[in-house]
Design a protein around this ligand. Structure first.
Ligand SMILES: [Zn+2]
Length: 165
């Protein structure tokens, strides 16, 4: 790769370290021509296959844009969305696959979104799990209630973060 300062085609690696929980490696490089330093990040490529047959590189900003629509009017910040997109990318990369269907990416979003905001979750789930009837919503709400109930019956003495919205 060319030096970004002087376009010299050669550089020397002076340091390498794992970042993002080991899903990427960051290398500090030194250009022997201009003596300046720059960094490169190396990750495995992750391809998303869309229903249309088109493939594209995984993109956190696509995730954020998709979830942002479901979060309209909800108390969800841009930081929340960025963290969610990072969680989704990390869990997909942790599974060790190089390609994933766009639909499966949508399903990966559901779990962290459920923790983030239940209304946004229901909106998003209704699209990605193909809700067709009120019953589908009722079942999803029942599941949310059951999980909330399990959390509130945790033995005392265990500190849980309380959501007081
Ligand atoms: Zn240079």
């Amino acid at each position: 790769m060319y030096c970004p300062f002087c376009r010299n085609p050669d550089s020397r690696v002076v340091d390498s370290r794992l970042v993002d929980d080991g899903s990427a490696i960051r290398r500090r490089r030194l250009c022997p021509e201009c003596d300046r330093r720059f960094s490169t990040i190396e990750t495995t490529s992750l391809t998303v296959n869309k229903r249309s047959g088109v493939s594209e590189p995984f993109s956190r900003s696509k995730i954020i844009n998709g979830v942002r629509k479901a979060c309209q009017g909800r108390p969800v910040s841009e930081d929340d969305l960025a963290i969610l997109a990072q969680d989704v990318e990390e869990s997909i990369r942790a599974s060790g696959i190089a390609e994933i269907d766009a639909h499966a990416v949508g399903l990966e979003i559901l779990k962290p979104l459920q923790r983030l905001d239940q209304i946004a979750y229901l909106r998003f789930a209704s699209v990605y799990q193909d809700f067709e009837s009120l019953e589908d919503f009722e079942n999803a709400i029942e599941t949310l209630r059951a999980e909330a109930g399990r959390r509130s019956t945790m033995p005392s003495g265990i500190q849980l973060p309380l959501d007081v919205r």
